[in-house]
Design a protein around this ligand. Structure first.
Ligand code: ASP
Length: 464
């Protein structure tokens, strides 16, 4: 491991040190060269003799020299090490770099997205991108500490699983052992987290990867995303909202101290009022939309339990049903509206809550149904036939063995960070996102399977 990071040279004035890193920039003068050497901690100016001209941008180098204070008039106020520089004595090129296929000294927004993703490992050298991923790491670490301190248990749930209905198309994985059958990648750990409540964990969370085969948009990467998945037993909707609000309020204060939360406690707005007043169920409540440091969180509650089912709904029941769940099929109806389930399902309110930030829906959740009879009724209203009901038979069965009342929420990590940082796309806060065409960063997936692989899986590809 290297002994010294660049930022630590501030404490090494008049000492000889050895640094490892990349050549950031080079400015040739007649007899001397000015170089900036870079590592993750920062950059430092090196003044070298003619031999140093051999170095070029992005070479990986080892450089030895003495750290000197800069004369007052040469201090560079723009960098943390601007008061010092190194008098370079010797260097070693550990790895020579070709000219990079894309510039990395800009913010990168104007560079073609395909190029940025093809060379994502270079794009991530960009200061903005490095910083975004550091913030992301600090965010998930903060979440973990906050929840574990409050008695939560972090539990992983399977990736090879059965369809979990969040209203999107599933990704399927063919089974070799049981030819002709498929796993589905989880759209979320929804059913598992509810089963963990039946198991008695009471407070669960997971920084969970979710998979949905939906068309990409700026606020939604194609294929996969990460959410803080959370579930609790013996709670009211208010308990969930208060815990989540405290978590993210404290998080913003600690990790993003420049950002200002517009209103605390966060406003709670009924779905009806949101539509009437803002014509949106994710209103942007910022006072000044041009201020990058303003964060306007809000809760939207009292959603209708059902929407009218449309052609695009993936909940397709028998096809005759008129109702699709507004959140998902495990969301509990408002206790005052149970009777309406029979009479007028579209009037039933659900115990759903959406977390909104600056006009983005950054999370959603609900109190769940824990009465198998009501769950059956909801399945019927969605129009499930017996075969479809059987797909969720394990939930109905689990609910016969002592299920606590429970509920939860799942804030999206990518979208939340995008909104907090004011980034134009979730890709700016993900290390290796897919591009719009569905192609993955750097590695060129999806790609064809070999004839042997297909044979083993019993799959034939239809030529189109
Ligand atoms: N499973 C839901 C989702 O991914 C969140 C929840 O209801 O907790 O949107």
């Amino acid at each position: 491991m290297k002994e010294l990071s660049i930022i630590d040279t501030l404490k090494k004035v008049n000492e000889e040190v050895t640094l490892y890193g990349w050549v950031d920039t080079k400015r040739d003068h007649k007899k001397i060269v000015f170089l900036d050497i870079r590592d993750r901690s920062g950059i430092l100016q090196i003044v070298g003799g003619e031999r140093f001209k051999e170095l070029s941008s992005e070479d990986v180098v080892k450089i030895t020299g003495v750290i000197k204070k800069r004369p007052e008039k040469l201090v560079n106020k723009n960098i943390p090490t601007g008061t010092i520089e190194m008098d370079g004595k010797s260097f070693e090129i550990i790895n020579k770099a070709e000219t990079l296929p894309l510039p990395i000294d800009s913010d990168g927004y104007n560079i073609d997205e395909d190029i940025r993703q093809k060379y994502r490992y270079l794009d991530l050298r960009r200061k903005r991108m490095t910083q975004n991923l550091v913030w992301r790491s600090q965010t998930t670490m903060f979440i973990r500490n906050f929840l574990v301190d409050r008695g939560f248990v972090e539990i992983e749930t399977p990736i090879l699983t059965k369809t979990t209905p969040e209203g999107a198309r599933d990704f399927l994985v063919p089974s070799r052992m049981q030819k002709g059958k498929f796993y589905a990648l989880p759209q979320s750990p929804q059913q598992y987290k509810q089963l963990l409540m039946v198991a008695g964990f009471e407070k669960y969370f997971q920084i969970a990867r979710c998979f949905r085969d939906e068309d990409p948009r700026a606020d939604r990467a194609y294929g996969e995303f990460t959410q803080l998945d959370l579930e609790m037993s013996f709670v009211t909707q208010n308990d969930i909202l208060e815990l989540t609000e405290k978590l993210f309020t404290d998080l913003v204060k600690k990790i993003f101290p420049k950002k200002k939360i517009k209103q605390s406690p966060w406003p709670r707005i009924s779905h009806k009022k949101a539509i009437e007043k803002y014509n949106s169920d994710k209103p942007d409540l910022r006072e000044n939309k041009k201020d990058p440091d303003e964060l306007a969180f809000a809760w939207i509650i009292d959603f209708p339990l059902f929407n009218k089912q449309t052609e695009d709904d993936f909940y397709h029941g028998s096809g005759k049903s008129k109702f699709a769940p507004s959140h998902h099929m495990f969301t509990a109806p408002h206790p005052d509206d149970i009777e309406l389930l029979e009479k007028d399902p579209l009037k039933v309110r659900g115990l759903q809550h959406d977390m909104v930030l600056n006009g983005f829906e950054v999370g959603g959740g609900s109190i769940r149904i824990h009465d198998p009879k009501i769950q059956q009724k909801v399945f019927e209203l969605i129009g499930f036939n017996d075969e479809q009901k059987k797909q969720f038979g394990h939930m109905l069965e689990a609910f016969t063995f002592g299920v606590p009342p429970h509920g939860g929420i799942a804030p999206g990590i990518d979208r939340l960070l995008m909104a907090i940082l004011g980034e134009p796309s979730v890709r700016e806060v993900m290390a290796f996102p897919t591009v719009a065409s569905g192609k993955t960063a750097v590695m060129d997936a999806p790609s064809p399977a070999t004839p042997e692989q297909l044979k083993e899986l019993g799959i034939m590809i239809e030529e189109s």
